[in-house]
Design a protein around this ligand. Structure first.
Ligand code: FEO
Length: 396
């Protein structure tokens, strides 16, 4: 399928309604995704990106219905990750020798993945591809989120092709930001930023300043996933600036798992204390036994503080919490506070372990944490309420 964005620019990608895990099994995609490819028709014809490998054949067949492939003069690969380059091999078998414009790191990435010596044309910031009436201006966007990533700006149409930046894993036949459910759109946009781009926030800040400095007129931002921004361009750019700057709302996230409900009882008592300490504070409780790690990480992204709980198991923590601590560290959150809690039966290392991991992850520890032996009794629960109250007060 395809749809027109402007008279000269057509979306020719793939909407993947059934996708539920991405990056292997690492990232949840509750609302599917899309792999956006764009065809620009001018005196010369350029194709920007392709789709994920499993859809390569379908993509090439659909593209043949849209255009005689021999009319494609240039392929632009903004980013070599396989969800965007996965159909290059199939496409270049049909039109061998077509130049592939990408960054120098893009050449390395594509060669490393496909082991083909295609007709690469390395480009860098400031380089221009003349299509006739329109030009594509390239802007490198290193580490947003791979070393090879670049943006491309189409003059005349005033379109920024932004690769993964400003994207969402969000399948929709409505195509544009103003036509979809706004709650879903903004949740998925934030989840994408929190789980994929947050570690590179310093680069986001620099790139947003650079783009602002360029003062480009913008009618559309066309990302590599999800809907096209046309009505909320300033809003999405402002939010990226805010998200990259140690973002937090008046929220605290409790992330825990429990074996026999003891740590759960502690979590509930901490919630009571938090509410008593600051009724304005938004409290999100993420029970990780059945919870979604990426949704929980999004709640941490929004929070001033995270309180992590696990019982002690074999001198460590439950595997759900071990995995969460690993991901929390990888995402390089900045400016957030943390504390730990958990039950134990004999050795009782979990609180110390969680606290050390959160500290190593850059969190400021605002409470020494609390551990309760066996199932917490009323004295222990009162201590949990006190802990919640103290944390809420410290977060004011
Ligand atoms: Fe959507 Fe980094 O690939």
């Amino acid at each position: 399928m395809s749809f027109s964005i402007t008279e000269n620019v057509t979306w020719v990608g793939k909407i993947d309604w059934s996708l539920r895990r991405f990056h292997g099994e690492e990232l949840s995609t509750h609302r599917g995704s899309s792999y956006n490819s764009y065809l620009i028709r001018d005196e010369k014809v350029a194709l920007i990106d392709t789709v994920w490998g499993p859809y390569a054949k379908e993509f090439v067949e659909d593209l043949k219905r849209e255009i005689d492939l021999k009319e494609i003069d240039y392929i632009v690969s903004l980013h070599g990750e396989t969800d965007h380059s996965g159909a290059l091999s199939a496409l270049l078998k049909e039109i061998p020798g077509t130049p592939v414009y990408c960054t120098a790191n893009g050449v390395k990435s594509l060669k490393g993945q496909y082991h083909e010596d295609w007709n690469f044309v390395p480009v860098k910031t400031g380089d221009v591809l003349d299509l006739g009436k329109h030009q594509l201006q390239f802007v490198e966007a290193r580490m947003l989120h791979w070393p090879d990533t670049m943006f491309a700006y189409l003059t005349g149409e005033e379109i920024l092709f932004s690769s993964d930046g400003f994207g969402q894993h969000y399948a929709s036949e409505m195509f544009f930001d103003d036509l979809v459910d706004q709650g879903e759109l903004w949740f998925e946009t934030m989840k994408y930023y929190a789980n994929i781009l947050n570690p590179f926030s310093m680069m986001v800040t620099k790139k947003m300043a650079e783009v602002a400095e360029m003062n480009l007129p913008l009618k559309y931002i066309c990302p590599a996933h999800g809907v096209i921004w046309r009505k909320q361009i300033k809003e999405i750019m402002d939010r990226y600036v805010a998200w990259a700057d140690q973002y937090q709302e008046n929220q605290v996230a409790i992330v825990y798992d429990s074996m026999w409900h003891g740590t759960e009882h502690m979590a509930n008592a901490i919630v009571e204390g938090l509410r008593k300490g600051n009724p304005e504070l938004v409290i999100k409780v993420c029970a990780m036994g059945r919870g979604d790690a990426n949704d929980a990480l999004t709640e941490i992204f929004k929070s001033k503080a995270v309180i992590v709980g696990s019982p002690t198991v074999n001198r460590g923590v439950l595997s759900t919490i071990a995995a969460m601590l690993s991901q929390i560290k990888e995402l390089s959150f900045k400016g957030k506070k943390a504390a730990a809690f958990g039950t134990y039966g004999w050795s009782g290392e979990s609180v110390k372990h969680i606290t050390e991991e959160l500290s190593a992850g850059g969190f400021e520890i605002i409470h020494p944490g609390f551990r309760a032996m066996w199932d917490p009794d009323e004295t222990a629960l009162a201590e949990c309420r006190k802990m919640g109250e103290e944390i809420a007060t410290a977060l004011k």
